[in-house]
Write a protein that binds this ligand. Sequence first.
Ligand code: GLA
Length: 723
Amino acid sequence: MPILFCEKTNVFHLFNDRVSYIIRLAAGKYPLHVYWGKRVRAIRDDVLSRLTSYTDETFSLHELPLDVLPQECPTFGTGDLRPGMLHIRHADGTHALDLQVVSHRILTEKPPLSGLPSARGEQSQTLLLTLRDAYSGISVELAYTIYDDIDIIARSAKIINNGTSPIVLQEAMSACVDFEQADFSLLTLSGAWTRERGEFVRLLVPGHQGVSSERGASGHQTSPFMALLAPNTTEASGDVYAFALCYSGSFTADVSVDSFGMARAQIGINPFNFSWTLDAGSAFQTPEAYLCYSADGLDGMSRQFHALVHRRITTGKFASSRRPILVNNWEATYFDFNEEKLLSLARCAKDTGIELFVLDDGWFGERNDDTTSLGDWFVNRQKLPDGLAGFGAKLRALGLQFGLWFEPEMVSPISCLMEQHPDWCLHIPGRENVTSRSQCVLDMGLSAVQEYLFERMSGLIREAKLAYIKWDMNRSITNARSMALPPHRQGEVWHRYILGVYALLERLLNAFPQLLIESCASGGGRYDAGMLYYSPQVWASDNTDAVDRLKIQYGNSFGFPMKTMGSHVSVCPNHQTGRTAPLETRALTAMCGSFGYEMDLTQLSDAEKKQIKAQIELFKHQWQLHQLGEYHRLTDAQNDRWFTAWQVVSEDKSVALVQLVLLAPRANAPVLSVRLRGLQEDAVYEDDGGTRYTGAALMKAGLALPPMRGDYSSIQIEFQRLL
Ligand code: GLA
């Protein structure tokens, strides 16, 4: 039983074999945070010692400073002056909230979150703590799920207005954890378009620090993720406490350090531009947060997040099966294509062993550049005279599946949709609307918008027998006003927007359970657990330069398994950076993600086509290892100067692949070596050249690599365990 409640001590113990999370109800009603970390076997006094001075007999909210106690659901108005998890404006204009536990339930079935994506509940138990503010009647349900097989605790909160008047939610975090000390470094992931997810580490100092998005999407600039690292934490060792959010809109991940040196970590919807009027009798559900504790450094943390996404978040047919190897025509043709050009690319793709043809932007309305037609999801017959159905049939006759690009959430000012429904677009009447990439944002919270998009998209999926869609989103949201909401509800627009996106995705997947969705937001601008729930792969970046991709994929790997990263081999010189790298290196880099090609294959030499054919065969042979194996970062790809290396190991540790890219060749170089991870220490492994090593030797002494020459040359070495 992974959740125990001891009535005598009023303590809840959530645990699996490796991790414990302990909550104590002080005076039987105030949920205090006691412990989160390595599994403790019994709820002994030493674990509770920090709270012994606050016994139930002496505990009284109004005499004791909640300001210095670690809490589970802190609020304003109880004497705690640190940032609260919930901030509510009552009908009388006041803000206080004194939440006390009134009941609890332990569930064996994890309830799904209404309207929001959430992790599935196999092999888990969920604690539901119900708290109530007697003054207002507001109650809050805190949900905690602990898994047997993954060291992650899923948390969320549901706020229910049981009072008689409407209240306004001004802030509703998904999770809050108080640490009694702040001796941590904070790791966050930040970047920009084509430079997604750089790793940044800073020491905590008094005050607020963290990351947030105010753009309506989780963003290229930051990621709904942060990790607190104990001193001297490395890839392989040290305590890590990490937080991630299953949400694709504006978020905040914040740590505040107070004057007593305590750290409060919170993650949830960004309160900026957010407010939610909760009528009497109604409820608000926060997104789900994931709390990961690892005693094995950053590598251990990533393995837990990878397991969570792989086993509990990505759903449907493609969660564990091989995704089709695709070719995308974007970098091959951009907007300049006709059916014959596409079919020659398709024929060439088929010859190399590619399985899916993806037709990117430009197939609809009058879209010959990025200034028009978003929203007009009707085929352009000048480009595709037999329509999508006819083109799809020609692809299938070649033996290829058909995939199609959409950017459902957008509308071009020059489009029939904008002419017909100007009120479907988010804008502030009287202010000039702000366009970005010449486009405006649809009000996804409107059911009419969802209905239109469902009707158009499902019609095309059916008619063209689409196996795949690329769901793009190429701008941030700014001046948002929904014409369907009264002024006092405009703070709801941003959250309603993302709920609308989720609702449409859900509906499409219910209608087409075999459909593979790859999400994209100008590359990795919405790479989060929320989108991964619907789309098991995300176009990781518009930057297809293999050498830059090493860094981007490395950054993504902190929180996401490699199989979620759409990664394509593109042409050289690369379109974004002008760099030239060997075809072999481009393929090895792309193979560790969701593999595909994005180049004009018709322009390749016969030798290159042969090489691509061999790469595809190799990937078909190795895909399980790349996509389902355990991934390890062997070097720090964002700061590497000489070479970058990474490794994958099969679950049973019988096969391992080491991949290495030489960044800067050196004359008279010392021996290049890397220490492997995740092998069986006492087993003997043989590499593809027949050399044998013990697992311990490869992990402790390291693997010496043959001398390498040439800019961005690469090597892949496979190890097989001998019996
Ligand atoms: C975005 C995507 C690209 C491509 C273009 C099409 O930038 O990230 O991959 O689909 O849109 O306009």
